[in-house]
Ligand binder design. Sequence first.
Ligand SMILES: Cc1cc2nc3c(=O)[nH]c(=O)nc-3n(C[C@H](O)[C@H](O)[C@H](O)COP(=O)(O)OP(=O)(O)OC[C@H]3O[C@@H](n4cnc5c(N)ncnc54)[C@H](O)[C@@H]3O)c2cc1C
Length: 191
Amino acid sequence: MPQESNYWLTTVEMPASLRQQLPESADVAIIGAGFTGLSSALALAKLGVKVVVLESETIGWGASSRNGGMVLTGLKLGVNELISKYGRELTRRMYAASLETIDCVERIVKEENIDCDFARTGHLEVACKQSHFDDYARQAEVIAREFNHQLRIVPRHLLRWDGGRGQRWPQPGTLRCGTGCGRDAGRRGDF
Ligand SMILES: Cc1cc2nc3c(=O)[nH]c(=O)nc-3n(C[C@H](O)[C@H](O)[C@H](O)COP(=O)(O)OP(=O)(O)OC[C@H]3O[C@@H](n4cnc5c(N)ncnc54)[C@H](O)[C@@H]3O)c2cc1C
């Protein structure tokens, strides 16, 4: 009978001894030890703020330990849709923020020496239909013009699928990034 187990949780050792007792007081209480809570706790603790992170399960219990581990550029919606919804200026700022988040992740991984195989590999978005491909090409033009960010459009005949060789998905470092962040937040404050 095949056994099912969580890939991330079975390939990572969870931090053993994080504090169980609540401190008497704290400047900031953060609820949830996912990427959002942990990175906020880390940033605040570095500024000397007394932070407590409250987690009902364990570090990275939620989406932070169950994702693809991809640190991508851009936003969920296409740029043309974003511009028509939010205008050029706000979209420009949101797009710039999406690029900054990659630097932010890289900075935290380096500064905290987190062993999570972080790498800037680029990423490939594959169009399923010609109309999607045409839309990608139009978006790439807008992104280059408006946000000064270059994307490469790869035509079908140059796209070679190697069956995933050389790809690592799901990324094994995902939970190690969370647990590493948790260890560092724990070292610096209450957890
Ligand atoms: C299947 C999947 C794939 C994804 N792939 C990607 C990807 O490749 N790249 C990417 O950038 N993003 C991806 N995401 C999104 C990304 O994982 C999330 O945006 C991110 O992890 C959110 O982090 P978080 O800290 O805000 O929330 P969470 O990681 O969900 O953390 C919330 C924490 O709060 C705790 N909590 C909740 N309520 C309470 C309470 N009342 N008291 C105490 N603790 C509480 C939970 O137990 C949990 O640990 C993916 C998400 C999913 C689900």
